[in-house]
Structure formats: structure tokens, C-alpha cells
Design a protein around this ligand. Sequence first.
Ligand SMILES: [Zn+2]
Length: 122
Amino acid sequence: MAVSPFTAGIRCRCPNCGEGRVFAGFLRFKERCEACGADFRIADAGDGPAFFVMFAALIFIVPSAMFFEFALRPPGWVHILIWPPITLAFSMFFLRPVKALLFALQWRHKAGEARLQEEPQE
Ligand SMILES: [Zn+2]
């Protein structure tokens, strides 16, 4: 039974078996799945996770800050105190599942570096 890349990604689990954890550290992938032995060394999400998380932060946090400003008119230092920690927490919370999700999608669709042609078969 195929594992949904969305389920595996959000749970930060192996895109092959859905059981083993994909992360060895906060954002560093393990070399292999502890459950099925799948090779995670091909994982290359690049800047994708950071881009999507920053974009989501822009969509949710900037309007919240603007609403806060126009509704309550707080002094500027209140914004400096409130929004950086919220932005940091938002990013830290979503970066792992988004990175695992992009890896699971890469796994599912067998995405890799482009090649001009296949190696000749002997
Ligand atoms: Zn696995």
C-alpha cells in the first residue's frame, strides 16, 4: 500500500514505509530509514521548504500585525517585542513538516537532477 506523501510529510515519517523518522537532527535527514532501509541520501529539497514557510508567514503574520496596528495603535516597540518571536516560532514549527513533505513528494514522483539522456545499455 502506497504511503501518502502528505501524511508521511506532516508526520515527518519515511515516504516509503510511513514508519521510520526522516530527521536525524532538527532539519538534517537520516541516511536511511530505520524501519525499511530506504536510502534518504537522494533527499534534496533545496530552498523549497524555506520559501514556502516564509511565504506562509507573510500571508498570516503581516495581516495580523497590520490588524493589530490599526485596531490598537500600539507604540512601535510593542511590534518589535511581539512579531519577531511569533515569526520565529511559526517558522520553526512549520519548517520540519514542510521539508519532510517536499522530500516525500520528491520521493513519490522520483524527482532528481535533469539528465540529457539515459546511460547506454550494454
Ligand atoms: Zn521507511
